[in-house]
Design a protein. Structure first.
Length: 298
C-alpha cells in the first residue's frame, strides 16, 4: 500500500514537468518538419556531385565547397551581399534613430498616425513595392527621371536600376520600420524627466544627447541592426528586380543555381554558406547587444 502511494506521489510530481513538453510537442514536430529536416537535407545536398548530363549524384564530396572557396566570382557575390546589408543597416540607423526619438516625443493622435505611415511599406507586397521604385527611376521612362529631364534639371537619368545604390534605397525603404520600432522600444524605458533634470543642472543640448539619450538609443540600434542586417543580406525579390541578372547577390545566385543552371548541390552550398555566416554575425552582434543592455541597466 505504501509503495503504491509513493508511486502515485512520484507520478504527480513528474506530471507538471511533462505538461509543457506535451503542449509544445505539436509545435516542435511542425518546426522539425518545415525547418530542421529541410535544412539537414540542404546541407547534405551541398556535398553531392552534379554533372550536366548525369544530374545529381548522391556521393559525399567537397567539390562544391572547393569551387566556392577557390573561385573569386563567389567571393565577389558574398562581398557585395554583405556590403549592401551593411550600408542598409548604417542608413537605417542614421535615419531611424532620430525618427524614433521624434516619434517617442509625439503625443496622440499624431503618434498613431505617424506609426501607421511608418508601417505602410510593410503593408504592401515586396514585389509591388519594388516595382514602384522601378517605375519611378527606371531609366528615361521613369516618372521621376522623365519629369526631371523635362524640367531640364538633369541631362541624363538618375542611375537607379542595376546599381547597388538602387538596391540599398529600396531595402532601406522597407526595413526602416524594424530599426525605428527597435529604437523606440529602447527609448520608452527613458524617463523624459531625466532630460529636464540634466538641463536644470546646466547640461547643454549636445551633452544631454551624448550623456543621456545616446546610451539609451545604442542598445535599440544594435537590436534593430541585427534584424535589418539579416533581412537585407537574405533579401531576394528586391535585389532580383532592381539589380537584375547583372548585379547578383548571394540569394539570387543560389536561385540561379537551383532553377537556371539546375546545379542544386552548388546552390545548396551557397545557401548553407550564407546561412552559416549570417548566424555567426547575428550571434556575435546579439552578445554585444546583451552586454550593452547590461551596461545601461547596470
Amino acid at each position: 500500500m505504501r509503495e503504491a502511494t509513493q508511486e502515485t506521489r512520484a507520478t504527480r510530481r513528474l506530471a507538471p514537468a511533462a505538461v509543457p513538453w506535451l503542449l509544445s510537442l505539436p509545435a516542435l514536430l511542425l518546426f522539425a518538419a518545415v525547418l530542421v529536416i529541410p535544412l539537414i537535407m540542404t546541407i547534405l545536398l551541398s556535398f553531392h556531385d552534379w554533372s550536366q548530363y548525369g544530374g545529381i549524384k548522391p556521393v559525399l564530396i567537397l567539390k562544391n565547397w572547393r569551387e566556392i572557396w577557390s573561385d573569386p566570382y563567389y567571393a565577389e557575390m558574398f562581398l557585395r551581399t554583405f556590403r549592401i546589408a551593411a550600408l542598409v543597416t548604417l542608413v537605417t540607423a542614421l535615419v531611424g534613430a532620430p525618427e524614433a526619438y521624434i516619434l517617442n516625443r509625439m503625443r496622440p493622435p499624431w503618434r498613431g498616425l505617424f506609426v501607421l505611415v511608418l508601417l505602410g511599406p510593410l503593408l504592401i507586397s515586396v514585389v509591388a513595392r519594388t516595382l514602384g521604385w522601378a517605375l519611378l527611376f527606371g531609366g528615361r521612362t521613369g516618372v521621376v527621371n522623365a519629369a526631371l529631364i523635362n524640367l531640364h534639371l538633369i541631362a541624363s537619368p538618375i542611375p537607379f536600376m542595376f546599381t547597388e545604390t538602387g538596391i540599398v534605397v529600396a531595402l532601406v525603404h522597407v526595413l526602416m520600420p524594424f530599426m525605428v520600432l527597435a529604437v523606440w522600444t529602447a527609448l520608452q524605458r527613458l524617463d523624459p524627466q531625466i532630460e529636464n533634470a540634466a538641463a536644470s543642472l546646466g547640461a547643454g543640448h549636445l551633452t544631454i544627447l551624448r550623456r543621456v539619450i545616446l546610451p539609451q538609443v545604442v542598445p535599440g540600434m544594435l537590436s534593430g541592426g541585427i534584424i535589418v542586417f539579416a533581412l537585407a543580406a537574405s533579401a531576394f525579390a528586391t535585389p532580383a528586380i532592381i539589380g537584375g541578372r547583372r548585379l547578383k547577390v548571394a540569394a539570387t545566385l543560389a536561385y540561379d543555381e537551383f532553377l537556371n543552371t539546375l546545379n542544386w548541390p552548388l546552390g545548396a552550398a551557397v545557401a548553407v554558406l550564407l546561412l552559416v555566416v549570417l548566424v555567426a554575425i547575428v550571434v556575435t552582434a546579439n552578445r554585444l547587444t546583451e552586454r550593452r543592455y547590461a551596461e545601461v541597466l547596470g
